[in-house]
Design a protein around this ligand. Structure first.
Ligand SMILES: O=C(O)CCC(=O)C(=O)O
Ligand SMILES: [Fe+2]
Length: 275
């Protein structure tokens, strides 16, 4: 693949969010999905509404990584980690490349509530989508505006916001504005890179829906899809431009980050214990 010029993939209307379609090929995607599905059962962690695997080690309560080797299918072939390093987006981070990956699995109807990724990480996340598309929303906290009606009276401009979310307090206890400030369509095989204030002071989430409609008046009307001109898939582009819809499928996301603090002995100890 020829070197990627990041600026060609800047999401319009943002200063530091990038969307790179076809970051891996269809063959690489198929291989990665096979490896994910072949993983031994104990690698999976089951949450209320989805399953995930954590690669690169566990975080302590003090937000320090106890490192473990990444599976070869992420840093050898097809070397997703190396390709992300070569983009240069982690140049200012402690290790210059991601050392930690949370791999989420979403069945249709599953998603993730708006949240922040938190302070353990250098404030950059690169997310590879595999298997199916999703719609990814960024949110801001409600402004401290005395004229703001507050959580009891959500603005009418938030059609179809997920139940339980309207003015819901976040993990930090601060109410969230339910109208997304930015919405992206993430195609399978694409990489999205979130940095700066969207990482540090905003939230992100995925609605729990079986399909995404782009019709006028829906939650993600076509004109709100900020990366429409960067999309590669014909079905995806047509749905967005013509106000159609896309059914959700089984999606995997590899969220790649750099944990700044790492214990020195962890990896060696782990390798010794494993023999
Ligand atoms: O699946 C995604 O694209 C997002 C996952 C996410 O936000 C997270 O793991 O923190
Ligand atoms: Fe997240």
């Amino acid at each position: 693949m020829s070197p990627i010029n990041l600026e060609d993939y800047l999401v319009p209307g943002t200063s530091s969010t990038y969307y790179i379609p076809e970051f891996v090929t269809e063959d690489e995607e198929e291989y990665l999905i096979r490896k994910i599905e072949e993983a031994p059962q104990p690698w999976w962690k089951r949450l209320n509404n989805r399953r995930l695997q954590i690669w690169g080690g566990d975080l302590t309560k003090k937000q320090t990584l106890i490192p473990q080797d990444m599976p070869a299918f992420v840093n050898q072939y097809p070397d997703v980690i190396g390709r992300i390093r070569d983009l240069g987006v982690f140049r200012g981070s402690a290790h210059g490349e991601p050392n930690h990956v949370i791999m989420n699995e979403y069945a249709p109807g599953q998603g993730i509530m708006p949240h922040e990724d938190g302070p353990a990480y250098h404030p950059v996340v690169a997310t590879l989508s595999l298997g199916a598309h999703t719609i990814f929303h960024y949110y801001q906290y409600k402004q401290d505006d005395p004229s703001n009606p507050g959580p009891q009276a959500p603005p009418p401009s938030a059609p179809g916001a997920p139940a339980g979310m309207m003015g819901a307090p976040s993990a930090t206890g601060r109410p969230i504005d339910p109208t997304p400030i930015l919405t992206l369509l993430l195609e399978p095989r694409s990489l999205v890179i979130t940095t700066s204030s969207l990482y540090e002071s905003h939230l992100h989430g995925i609605d729990e829906v079986m399909e995404d409609s782009f019709a006028p008046g829906s939650r993600s009307p076509g004109e709100k899809i900020a990366n429409v001109n960067l999309l590669r898939g014909k079905a995806e582009k047509d749905a967005v431009i013509n106000g159609g819809f896309l059914e959700r499928g089984l999606r995997y996301s590899l969220t790649c980050r750099d944990v700044e603090k790492v214990t020195a002995a962890g990896g060696a100890l782990f390798r010794k214990l494993r023999g």
